[in-house]
Design a protein around this ligand. Structure first.
Ligand code: NCD
Length: 365
């Protein structure tokens, strides 16, 4: 049976597996897939492919962008598996569940609270005979969220046009926020990125995740830093949710057995304790080429006023849409369909070329 892989990797597990060129190519394919993420323009690249979402933690955006991407490209999805678990260790029955799905689907989009989970599942799947199922890591506990990082890079490329020479201001939960951890790896593939962390309430980035040049300051300084940033800089203001459920499990070992009302009470207490907010005056003070990103869901860190404003610096809603294109791109690549994407690319170049010719005819020099 032929091995399906992309650039030597069967599964999409960590930002470590990608080179700068890989990330740029994923962005490029995401970009050319944009017209197809609209109504009426569908593809058949993944006809016959089946995706199974396997969620041991909740998910809305990640689940929906995978389903949407599959459907736009002519593939199918089995109904998602949702079984919330607090286990920091992967139980044997979970492996059996994953193996069962691997024998029924071509792609597994997995989210699990344990950092080791996706690696162990991948090992087991690799041992299966006559099986080419790929795993997409959609969040392995507090460790990583590589597909969120990829869609963030696509968003930044579309909005700011570069992944080099950026000033990243990362705010919120740096200890447990897994997209942040993937960015600590991903941003290093590009040059001259300055990463400044603003942890809330001591939720600092672990020493072993810090890269050279990384600096961390108290939150107060975030509101003062704009005056120190050159006005022509490209800035990514990356806000993150406080991962209340991970903090709660640490504080209350029995948290998962609490009733819903008690869980909500604990969530609200933790949100109050670690509260922060991105304000419009802060955004106004930052350079013109600033984009506020947030992996979502948001707590009170972005108010409705900011979230729904038409301010071009506020990008989380666009980010959701860019996520669909990015998901289409990496699913197609990890399904061995780069040649099909190249055909879409040719068509895209033809359309651009012809529309330029048309423009030349309408507006001759
Ligand atoms: C993030 C996640 O689950 O890691 N959200 C997402 O995938 N869009 C961030 C979060 O949980 O806060």
């Amino acid at each position: 049976m032929s091995e399906i892989s992309w650039r030597g990797h069967r599964h999409l597990l960590t930002m470590n597996q990608f080179s700068r060129k890989d990330i740029e190519d994923i962005h490029h394919f995401s970009h050319i897939l944009k017209p197809y993420s609209r109504e009426g323009n569908k593809l058949s690249i993944l006809k016959g492919s089946i995706l199974q979402s396997v969620l041991f933690e909740h998910s809305t955006r990640t689940l929906k962008r995978h389903e949407s991407a599959m459907k736009i490209m002519g593939g199918d999805c089995l109904s998602p598996h949702l079984s919330i678990t607090s286990s920091m260790e992967k139980g044997e029955s979970e492996t059996d569940t994953v193996i069962t799905y691997a024998q029924n689907a071509d792609i597994l989009a997995i989210r699990h609270p344990s950092p080791n989970s996706v690696y162990l599942f991948a090992e087991r799947i690799n041992e299966l005979k006559n099986n080419t199922t790929r795993i997409i890591n959609c969040g392995n506990g507090p460790d990583e969220h590589p597909t969120q990082a990829l869609l963030d890079y696509h968003t930044i490329m579309e909005e700011l046009g570069t992944l080099d020479d950026l000033i990243w201001l990362i705010v919120g939960d740096l200890e447990y926020g897994r997209p942040v951890h993937s960015h600590m790896i991903g941003t290093q593939k590009f040059s001259n990125n300055k990463i400044i962390g603003f942890p809330v309430g001591g939720l600092s980035l672990q020493k072993e995740r810090r890269t050279s040049g990384y600096e961390e300051f108290d939150l107060d300084y975030l509101y003062k830093i704009p005056s120190e940033i050159p006005p022509d800089s490209n800035v990514v203001l990356y806000a993150t949710r406080i991962q209340f459920e991970r903090i709660a499990r640490k504080r209350y070992p029995d948290y998962d057995n609490f009733d819903e009302a008690r869980k909500r009470q604990i969530r609200d207490e933790i949100y109050r304790e670690f509260q922060y907010q991105i304000t419009l005056p802060l955004l106004d003070a930052l350079p013109e080429k600033t984009r506020l990103l947030h992996p979502l869901p948001r707590g009170s860190e972005i108010s409705d006023e900011v979230f729904f404003s038409n301010n071009p610096k506020v990008a989380p809603i666009e980010q959701i849409r860019y996520g669909v294109q990015t998901t289409m791109a990496y699913i197609a690549l990890f399904s061995g369909k780069e040649d099909k994407l190249r055909k879409v690319e040719t068509l895209w170049f033809k359309i651009c070329y012809n529309s330029n010719r048309l423009l030349d005819e309408i507006f001759p020099n």
